[in-house]
Ligand binder design. Structure first.
Ligand code: GLN
Length: 189
């Protein structure tokens, strides 16, 4: 399974390392052919406004939309903002592929990151690092919540999309990478 990590801006190197640790072949994706060659994609955290601008400038916005519509995608933080149907605070264009509404920087300025323990069902716990994270304010009917923090959904799933508002690449636990690899294998089968 070849995982293409969108490497335009943001935390892509840590994702590549995390997926390699989880047993996948991780490749940085910067061009349309990189996107085409990947079996599944990761949209990392970073600064979504900058990513949007660079993707537009590189002519990658439409190729990315097509790739994300067709392949399993794991999106985190800014990546979640790129995929959402609605973005506020401030509003900006998005790919509109996951039926959620997100409010950017919704935990205040959050100069330092917050580390929280999330319950993920069946007694399992997950450590989550939030950095200037968005909050999911609206959930479409086809979106399933896998974990919440302070009552808000922070890990959700819709069809071939897995979306986290936190940074699973920054903690040593590889549970979510493995969960995504299983999901991607299932979608591909
Ligand atoms: N605040 C960033 C944005 O609005 C997201 C932060 C992150 O990805 N850690 O795009």
């Amino acid at each position: 399974m070849r995982i293409g990590i969108l490497a335009i801006q943001g935390n892509f190197e840590a994702h590549a390392k995390a997926f390699a640790e989880a047993g996948a072949e991780a490749c940085e994706a910067r061009t349309q052919s990189d996107l085409d060659r990947a079996d599944a994609l990761v949209l990392p955290g970073g600064e979504s406004t900058t990513m949007l601008k660079l993707l537009r400038e590189e002519g990658l916005w439409e190729p990315l939309r097509r790739a994300c519509a067709a392949k399993p995608v794991f999106a985190t933080c800014a990546g979640a903002i790129l995929l959402a149907c609605e973005v506020s605070h401030p509003a900006q264009e998005s790919l509109g592929l996951v039926d959620i509404g997100v409010e950017r920087n919704a935990y205040g300025r959050q100069v330092h990151s917050t580390v929280a323990r999330l319950a993920t069902g069946e007694g399992a716990e997950l450590e989550a690092v939030f950095i200037r994270a968005p909050v999911i304010r609206r959930l479409g009917a086809g979106v399933r919540v896998l974990a919440r923090y302070q009552g808000d959904p922070v890990l959700v799933e819709q069809g071939h999309f897995l979306v986290a508002t936190f940074h699973p690449e920054l903690t040593p636990d590889r549970t979510l990478q493995k969960m995504f690899l299983e999901k991607a294998a299932h979608v591909a089968a």
